[in-house]
Design a protein around this ligand. Sequence first.
Ligand SMILES: Cc1cc2nc3c(=O)[nH]c(=O)nc-3n(C[C@H](O)[C@H](O)[C@H](O)COP(=O)(O)OP(=O)(O)OC[C@H]3O[C@@H](n4cnc5c(N)ncnc54)[C@H](O)[C@@H]3O)c2cc1C
Length: 448
Amino acid sequence: MKRTLYWVNKDLRINDNAALNLASKSDRLLCVYVVDKQSFEANNFQSKPLGDIRWQFLQGCLEDFNESLSKLGQAMHIVYGDTLSTLMRLCESYQITDVITTKLPGTYENRLITQLNERLPELTIDQVDQFTLFTKKSLPFELDELPISYSKFRKKMAEVIIPEPVSTVQSLPSMFDTLPAPTRFKPEWLPTVSAIKAKQGFEFEGGEQQGLKHLRQYFSSNSPAEYKQVRNNLDGWKNSSKLSPWLNSGCISVRQVMNNLAEFEQQHGKNSSTECLYLELLWREYYQWVHYKVGAKTYQFKGLAKHRPLTTFYPERFNKWCLGNTPYSLVNAFMHELRQTGYLSNRGRQIVASCLVNELSVDWRYGAAWFEEQLIDYDAAVNWGNWQYIAGVGVDPRGGRHFNIEKQTTLYDPNGDYQAQWIDLSQQSTQANQALDSVDAADWPVLQ
Ligand SMILES: Cc1cc2nc3c(=O)[nH]c(=O)nc-3n(C[C@H](O)[C@H](O)[C@H](O)COP(=O)(O)OP(=O)(O)OC[C@H]3O[C@@H](n4cnc5c(N)ncnc54)[C@H](O)[C@@H]3O)c2cc1C
C-alpha cells in the first residue's frame, strides 16, 4: 500500500504539476505545507528569509491551492514548525511509505531531503524535476559541463524542444482517516499581516487562479509584442510581464509561460520583443542550473570568483540603503518602492544593487538578503545569481556591473516623475549633502 506524503513547496498549483500527478497514484495521500519558524527569524545578514509582503502573498496561494485540492476530495495541511522534525513526525505517525516533492536547486531544501533520507532510510523519496523549464535529463550536457556564460548556454539550449505542460489530475486518493490537528492552530511567532495596500503598488494576489488569470490577460494583450521597448522603464503594470510572483511561488509553471509565449508568436508572429521575453525566461533557467551546479557557492562572499571582493560591511551605510536614505534620490525612491510594495523593476534592482556594491562598498550578500526579505517574487537562484553578477563574483564574463546613477536618472527619470511618486523631493537635497558615514571628532567613521 502506497501511503504518500506530498510535501508541497514551490508548486502551489493543480495544473502542470507532475508531482501532484505522481501523488495521485497513491493509495492514501497527505498534502502538507510546512511554515517554518526560521523563515521569520533574522539570518546572518540581518534580514529575515520571509518578509510580510511575500508572506501575505503566500497565504493567498495556500488558500487557493487548498480550495482546488478540496474540489478533488483532498485538503492542504498547513503545519507550523521546524520543517525536518515536522516531516519526520508526520511520516512516522501516518506510516508514510513515499514522500513526493518538487526538486528545487536551493541548498537548504536539498539538505533537508538528505537529512530526511538519512533519518528514515526506508522511505522512498521522489523529487520531481519541474521547477525549471527543462529537466536535468533533457539538458544537452552533464551538469558539471554547464557553460560558464549565459550566451553559451543559450546557444546550446536552442536545440532543445520546450516541453508541453503535463495533464491535470482529475481525482486524488483519499485522505488518511485521522488527520493532523495543527492545521487551524497558529503559533505566536507567526506575523499577523494586515492587508498591505501600498499607494502606487501593483495588484499581486496570491494563488493559481489569480496567476492563470494574469497569464491569460498578459498574452491576450499586445504587451508581449512591445516588451523590448518598455521593459527597462521604471514603473507601469504593462512594462514587463509581472509574472514573477506567481512563477516563483509555483502558482504557474515556466512551461506554461513558455507555451503561452509560443502560442502568442504563432498567432501574432515572432518579433524582437517576444524573442527578448524568451531570453529573459531563459536567464531564469540559467540561474537555476548554475545554482544546481555550484550549490553553496551561491551564498558565499567570493561566489564563483577567484578572489574576495574589496567590499565589507558598513552597518550605517547598509541601513541607509535599506531605508532609502542614501545621497542618491533615485536609489532612495527605488528602496521605498521595494519596501512598500515588494516589487521593483529589473532596472531598479540593477541600479540599487550596483549602488550598494560600488558607491557604498557594502558586502553584496547583505543586499541579497535584504531583497530576499522584501521581494514578493524572491527566488534563491535568480536573486543571489543576479547579485553575484553585479558584484563581479558571478557568471558575468565582464566581471561586475557599475551603473552610473546620474546617467540612469537622465535616461529613465529625466523629469523626476518616478522619484516624486516615492519620495519627498524637497528633502532630497539635504540628504544628498549629508555625509555617508557619521564621523567622530577625529573624522573617523563611527561604526554602528
Ligand atoms: C539584483 C537583482 C535581484 C533580482 N532578484 C530576483 C528574484 O528574487 N526573483 C526574480 O524572479 N527575479 C529577480 N530578478 C530579476 C528581474 O528583476 C525580475 O525577474 C523581474 O523584474 C520580474 O518582473 P517581471 O516578471 O515583470 O519580469 P519580465 O521582465 O516580464 O521577465 C519575465 C520573466 O523572466 C525572468 N527574468 C527577467 N529578468 C531576469 C533576470 N535579470 N534574471 C533572471 N531571470 C529574469 C523572470 O522569471 C521574469 O518573471 C533580480 C534582478 C536583479 C538585478
